[in-house]
Ligand binder design. Structure first.
Ligand code: CTP
Ligand code: MG
Length: 344
């Protein structure tokens, strides 16, 4: 029961394009903000090493994958020198001692160890910057998916802009918080990448399916294959589709909304960015799920698994509304562009 849409005018597509580009300019952090994050990490590591000998910290998530907002949380992974994996590690004990150590740091508040989650973490609030964050242990696959997303972001400026638009859309519609039963921003980013791979002609390749010459030996991390093509400066040599797609970001954004409301069949198909060929929910045995999004490395992980039927339908309604709103020119713009920070 999708409403038919009026024909898009060139004028309107141009406005849509400008809105998308403005969204990116409004929310992307500047160089100083990026440096501040690195500085905080360094400060934490120096501080922690006095209390937890051998502690090593790495930033991941949107601070590093190219899709970070000014106010995005700090996702930090901790490892210990001389210990390659979490095997044999008493994670709970390490998390507790980490929390204890962080409580002594003068610019941290609200230290909260969470040991019941799939990935145990310590949450914190950094008073000097107002940033929230968490430290997890040996979150190795997340480091790899951060690099994968960063590679996609580096291929084409439109990838970055669209992922920002999608994240803003998810925040504005209140459908972007996994801890409250919806989807994580990571899941929405995967949806954007999948759409860009399936677009004809595609905007991005499937990096995990690209091999140069001989098939390289499989690199396993936590039992999963983490190979992807990362030699981006030579991408034009190995990907025939390079720069074939010439659509504007505005066209692509509307195309994405059409794709997920008109074309893509969530009942039958899994959002899967590791291969070009469609993957069925039947093959994955994920048919009872309302919305299936496969993690690119941990193939047993469906990012939509936690959605209730109500929430899945709420999310789909947000997409249907967006298709209607972004698909038809408006006669009257609101009198004032609302203060962008009010969205959050
Ligand atoms: N992650 C993951 N699997 C999930 C959720 C998150 O592997 N189900 C990893 C991803 O590497 C993700 C990172 O954890 O980028 C941080 O997650 P989160 O903070 O929720 O998302 P961000 O990508 O950092 O986006 P935001 O700007 O909203 O913080
Ligand atoms: Mg984050």
């Amino acid at each position: 029961e999708l409403e038919p849409l009026p024909l898009m005018t060139l004028d309107f597509l141009q406005i849509l394009n400008e809105v998308c580009e403005q969204c990116y300019r409004d929310f992307a952090p500047d160089d100083v903000e990026v440096k501040v994050r690195e500085h905080i990490l360094q400060d934490f590591e120096t501080f922690l090493r006095c209390q937890v000998p051998g502690a090593k910290l790495v930033l991941f998530g949107s601070s590093k994958n190219g899709f970070g907002f000014k106010q995005s949380d700090l996702d930090i992974c901790m490892t210990l020198d001389g210990q390659d994996t979490a095997e044999g590690l008493d994670s709970m004990a390490v998390i507790e001692s980490l929390a204890k150590a962080l409580r002594k740091h003068h610019s941290l508040r609200n230290i909260l160890p969470i040991t019941t989650a799939k990935v145990p973490i310590v949450k914190f609030y950094h008073t000097k910057t107002g940033l929230e964050g968490d430290i997890s242990l040996y979150n190795t696959l997340a480091l790899h998916n951060t690099q994968l997303l960063a590679s996609y972001a580096a291929i084409d400026a439109r990838v970055k802009i669209l992922c920002y638009v999608m994240k803003v859309f998810a925040k504005v519609c209140d459908i972007g918080d996994a801890s409250r039963g919806s989807l994580s921003s990571y899941a929405y980013t995967l949806m954007v990448l999948y759409f860009l791979q399936q677009r004809s002609p595609p905007v991005i390749p499937v990096l995990q399916e690209m091999y140069v010459g001989e098939k390289e030996p499989v690199v396993l991390v936590d039992g999963w294959d983490v190979h992807f093509f990362s030699d981006l400066k030579n991408l034009h040599k190995y990907w025939p589709g390079y720069k074939k797609n010439k659509e504007s970001v505005g066209q692509l954004w509307f195309g994405l909304l059409q794709f997920y409301t008109e074309t893509f069949d969530f009942k039958e198909t899994v959002v899967c960015i590791r291969r070009k060929e469609p993957l069925t929910t039947f093959k994955k045995q994920w048919t009872s799920k309302h919305l299936a999004i496969e993690d690119p490395f941990d193939l047993s992980h469906n990012l939509g698994a936690g959605l209730s039927r109500r929430m899945a339908s709420f999310i789909m309604k947000a997409f249907i509304n967006a298709r209607r709103v972004f698909g038809a020119p408006v006669r009257d713009f609101p009198p004032e562009y609302p203060n962008k920070m009010e969205y959050f």
